[in-house]
Design a protein around this ligand. Structure first.
Ligand code: 9PG
Length: 448
C-alpha cells in the first residue's frame, strides 16, 4: 500500500463510501467514526468478500472504488480504478484525527467532484464515465421474472415449477420469464444430469413457453463440486490443476473447486451446456458464483485472473445468442459491459437479519444495505437486480422489503409459491412486476 492522498476532514460530518468486490460484498456509506462491515467468519470472507484481501475494521477499504466526503464543502473525493478489465487495486482510507489518509496497492484515478448533490450523485457521475470507458452503449430493459429459489431453495421439484406456471397463468400475473434456480442438477459441473426430482428441462421450457412466457435457468458455470463427474474425469480442467486445485469457497456443505476458463476443453463443455439449454428454449440465464472464475491460481493459459474470468463470461455469451444475461456473485467493476443485469446485493431471505450477524449473508437487511449502496450503478453499468420480491406472510419485514424493491428494483422478480400469497402479497407482486425501470435511480445532474 502506497499513500496517494492526505487531506483535512470535518470529523463530525465526513463520510466514506466503501465499494465491495462482488455482488454479495457489503457496500455502503459510513460516518468516519463508524466501524465498517467486515466478515465474521473465514468462510464468509472467502465466499462473499474479496478472497485475496483481509482489511481490518479500523480502516476503510474499497475494492477498486472508495470515496470520501470530507464534510467541509470541498467536494467528494473519488479514488477509483480507471479500467477494471485486468487489475483492480484495493484502496484503503484511514482516519487520523482530523486528517484522512488514502493508500492503494495499484494505480487509481483521483477525482474531486464539485458537482451538485450528495456522495451518491458524485458516484453516479463517476459511473457514467466508467461505463463509457468499459464500452457500455445501451442498457437493455429486463424482463420480469418468477424465480424458484426463495421458496423452494435446493428442494425445488418439476411439480413445483408446473404448479407455479399454472398459477401465474391462471392469475395472469405480469411475469415474462419463469426461471428455474439451483436444485435441478446432480452436481455443480454436471449441469445436464438431472436430480431425481426432475424429468426434463426441455419439458419445463416447453410448458413455460406454452403459457406465453419465456424460460430462464440458473447455472454456476465456474464452480465444480469435488464429487461431480466433471471433477472425477477432468481434474485438469480445474484452476490449480489436478494436483493442487485451488479452494473456491464453501457452500452446500462442500469445499468448492473452480473451473479453468482458459482450458479449451473445459470451455467446450461449458459452451455445450449453454448451447444445449438454449436449444431447449431457455433464453434467460442467471450465472451465479462467477467470482470463482476470477480467483488467483495457475491456469492452462498464463493469463490475469480477471482476463480469464472475462473471457469465460464472453464465451458463455457467445453460446446463448441474444438471451438476457444476469450476473450474480460476480466481481462488480470487472463485469461492467459483460452482462445485461447484475445482482448488486447479498440475497434476501425470509428472515430480516442474517443468522450469523454478518451483513454479507442472506437477509432482508443485508440485501437492503448493499442494494441501496449500489443504486447509482443502475441504468449506467447495467440493470440492477436488488433480488426478488418475497411477499408471502412468512416473510419477516415484507413491507419494508417490497418498498426497497419498488425503489431500487430495475430487474423485478417474484420468488414466492404463488399459492402462499395472501391478498396483500398478490397485489404487491402484481404491482411491482408491472414495470421494469431502466432509467437511473440516482441522478448525475443534481438532486437525487
Ligand atoms: C442458489 C442461490 C440463489 C441466490 C444466489 C446464491 O453466502 N452465502 O451463504 C450465500 C448463500 C446463497 C447464495 C449466495 C451466498 O445464493 O445469490 O439468488 O441463486 O445462490 O444456490
Amino acid at each position: 500500500m502506497k499513500v496517494i492522498d492526505e487531506f483535512a476532514i470535518d470529523a463530525t460530518k465526513a463520510t466514506v463510501f466503501e465499494h465491495g468486490w462482488q455482488s454479495w460484498s457489503p457496500t455502503t456509506t459510513y460516518r468516519v467514526g463508524e466501524r465498517p462491515i467486515r466478515p465474521l467468519s473465514e468462510r464468509n470472507r472467502f465466499l462473499c468478500y474479496r478472497p485475496e484481501t483481509s482489511p481490518g475494521d479500523d480502516v476503510f477499504w474499497g475494492e477498486g472504488l472508495l470515496s470520501v466526503d470530507p464534510g467541509d464543502g470541498s467536494g467528494v473525493r473519488i479514488y477509483a480504478v480507471n479500467d477494471a478489465r485486468e487489475l483492480v487495486p484495493s484502496i484503503q482510507g484511514e482516519v487520523r484525527g482530523d486528517r484522512f489518509v488514502v493508500s492503494a496497492d495499484g494505480r487509481v484515478d483521483q477525482i474531486v467532484d464539485a458537482g451538485p448533490g450528495t456522495m451518491d450523485n458524485a458516484l453516479a457521475r463517476w459511473a457514467d464515465e466508467f461505463a463509457n470507458r468499459a464500452g457500455v452503449t445501451a442498457i437493455r430493459q429486463a424482463p420480469t421474472i418468477w424465480c424458484s429459489w426463495y421458496q423452494y431453495f435446493t428442494d425445488v421439484t418439476e411439480a413445483d415449477m408446473i404448479e407455479n406456471i399454472d398459477a401465474i397463468e391462471r392469475l395472469n400475473l405480469p411475469v415474462d420469464v419463469v426461471q428455474l434456480d439451483d436444485g435441478y442438477q446432480t452436481a455443480h459441473g454436471d449441469w445436464l444430469t438431472l436430480a431425481d426430482r426432475f424429468g426434463s428441462l426441455e419439458g419445463i421450457a416447453d410448458r413455460i413457453r406454452s403459457s406465453g412466457r419465456r424460460a430462464g435457468i440458473w447455472v454456476a458455470p465456474f464452480l465444480v463440486f469435488p464429487d461431480s463427474e466433471l471433477a472425477r474425469r477432468h481434474s485438469d480442467w480445474l484452476v490449480g490443476g489436478p494436483d493442487e486445485p485451488i479452494h473456491a469457497g464453501h457452500n452446500w456443505n462442500r469445499d468448492l473447486l473452480a473451473l479453468d476458463t482458459t482450458h479449451p476443453e473445459a470451455m467446450e463443455w461449458i459452451t455445450e451446456v449453454f448451447a444445449t439449454m438454449h436449444g431447449w428454449g431457455y433464453d434467460f440465464y442467471k450465472i451465479d458464483f462467477i467470482y470463482a472464475g476470477a480467483l488467483p491460481g495457475s491456469r492452462h493459459e498464463d493469463m490475469a485472473p480477471l482476463a480469464a474470468y472475462r473471457s469465460g463470461v464472453e464465451q458463455i455469451r457467445g453460446a446463448i445468442g441474444d438471451s438476457y444475461l444476469l450476473g450474480c456473485g460476480a466481481p462488480i467493476l470487472p463485469s461492467v459491459g459483460l452482462v445485461d443485469a447484475m445482482r448488486v446485493s447479498p440475497d434476501t431471505e425470509p428472515q430480516y437479519l442474517p443468522r450469523d450477524g454478518d451483513l454479507s449473508q442472506p437477509s432482508v437487511k443485508a440485501a437492503m444495505v448493499t442494494g441501496t449502496g449500489r443504486a447509482f450503478q443502475h441504468g449506467r453499468f447495467w440493470v440492477n437486480d436488488p433480488d426478488d420480491l418475497i411477499a408471502r406472510p412468512a416473510i419477516e419485514g415484507r413491507e419494508e422489503w417490497a418498498e426497497h424493491v419498488r425503489r431500487y428494483g430495475g430487474l423485478r422478480g417474484s420468488s414466492d409459491r404463488i399459492a402462499d400469497l395472501d391478498e396483500w402479497g398478490l397485489a404487491v407482486t402484481r404491482e411491482l412486476l408491472s414495470e421494469s425501470p431502466i432509467e437511473p435511480f440516482i441522478s448525475s445532474g443534481g438532486q437525487p
